[in-house]
Design a protein around this ligand. Sequence first.
Ligand SMILES: NC(=O)c1ccc[n+]([C@@H]2O[C@H](COP(=O)([O-])OP(=O)(O)OC[C@H]3O[C@@H](n4cnc5c(N)ncnc54)[C@H](O)[C@@H]3O)[C@@H](O)[C@H]2O)c1
Ligand SMILES: O=C(O)[C@H](O)COP(=O)(O)O
Length: 546
Amino acid sequence: MDAKPTILVAEKFGQAGLDLLKNFANVDCSYNLTQDELCTKISLCDALIVRSGTKVTREVFESSGGRLKVVGRAGVGIDNVDLSAATEHGCLVVNAPTANTVAAAEHGISLLTAMARNVAQADASIKAGKWQRNKYVGVSLVGKKLAVMGFGKVGSEVARRAKGLGMHVIAHDPYAPADRARAIGVQLVSFDEAISAADFISLHMPLTPATSKILNDEAFAKMKKGVRIVNVARGGVIDEEALVRALDAGIVAQAALDVFTEEPPPKDSKLVQHENVTVTPHLGASTIEAQEGVAIEIAEAVVGALKGELAATAVNAPMVPAEVLSELAPFVVLAEKLGRLAVQLVAGGSGVKSVKVTYASSRVPDDLDTRVLRAMIIKGLIEPISSVFVNLVNADFTAKQRGLHITEERILLDGSPENPLEFIQVQIANVESKFASAISITGEIKVEGMVKDGIPHLTKVGSFDVDVTLEGSVILCRQVDQPGMIGKVGSVLGEENVNVSFMSVGRIAPRKHAVMAIGVDEEPNKEALKKIGNIPAIEEFVFLKL
Ligand SMILES: NC(=O)c1ccc[n+]([C@@H]2O[C@H](COP(=O)([O-])OP(=O)(O)OC[C@H]3O[C@@H](n4cnc5c(N)ncnc54)[C@H](O)[C@@H]3O)[C@@H](O)[C@H]2O)c1
Ligand SMILES: O=C(O)[C@H](O)COP(=O)(O)O
């Protein structure tokens, strides 16, 4: 059997990225697949890499049968990937958010200048045997007002370049920090102010439900007569029929478009054929440099994700910097194991509905990112009792879907903030337990753990202090505290060839009830467990798999 993962590359992709992929996986480059062909192939693939030309729909995730672990979008816009479906299927989506920024900004500026000077129309006219110097008189850019709509990576690079051309740049972006705009001498204004004051409008926002057709009849009616529009963002942010009407009415003098609602646009599209419209076939990211950069960025992200590493460019999972993750690594293991232990202690049919997680740390909340820990606790809580595969991507979704309400609480300790966490406590409310001693005095199942020398330990069960490494499996016994108990249980396990890794006894007072926690490397058979149960001083016991 082939142990290498399989990566389907569904659109033309830079060679440097392909080389990286081929060092790690079987790479299937199949371009121009129909939706049906993609759905058929995907069940044999662990990862899929696309650009903007492939629709990664819910049907694709459903057809993958759970094998698809990561979708790499070799570019920025992820509007062609059904993110909800990806998340529901536990499939990570990564993009390459920075490598094509300059290429897109340069293309925006190319379209702006080419449109203002009728370059495309004049070129076509000469090639048609004409010499029309009077027809193609252009407009100047210097001193004109440019409204950049969406002041993110591309928008701000366009603004910088337009200022170099002597334009007066304003921007509209409800989420952009004003100081970033100020730093490049751009004033942030409202949507209406931007579109009504501009001689040129350049669009750089993502396509979302809020931006869909944001330039519509109503917006065009507010614009200066003779405004010129550039779109290198997404076709869907313009109501294309309304744009044709605005062009015909002379409100919009010219438009230069790299992107379309439907790509490729219909051959008889009135917009594309309009004489005042300049078009390119979604070329914003298509420079040699950008494509190499994007390919390397996405190949590294996809390979990393397939190796189980967290991606820095994850779109549907928490992005946790590598150094934070490496510091939290032992706590990630602890979190999952505490979740596993806690859920295995539940008895009765009421179901687990409410889980409280407490993080005790000397760090202020802003310095402690608990999203990964929460996801791992959810994984620990859900996986032992279902066939669902839970990961960082789908943990919150899966918990919500199962009606599992997780609350998180912080305890701020007065210690050294060098250690990210002192202990983690998991409590399950409103349930019975198959090990009554795991119920705390407040009535919840409670387990608590900490990391010692990089190794996760179970340190509390109910009200009892214990100390057992969370490796292998654990037997918990409640007994009447008396001499010789460790020896009795140890010899039963020894007779059955079960290796004990760790033992600890937690008691409330000498010679009263005590809880013994025993770490075992192997799973004891039924006979061994029965013999432990038959030791007279043992009042209850439970075997828990980690
Ligand atoms: N034509 C191409 O080949 C090409 C290449 C690269 C990027 N793009 C597209 O350009 C767009 C921008 O890319 P980016 O890398 O700059 O992304 P980005 O996320 O860095 O910037 C997008 C900005 O839009 C802003 N925004 C969101 N909603 C808005 C709204 N309602 N009004 C105004 N602004 C809003 C965001 O706050 C953000 O600052 C994306 O749609 C991307 O897909 C196209
Ligand atoms: O969002 C993007 O990155 C651009 O639209 C580029 O898309 P492409 O990868 O299909 O060129």
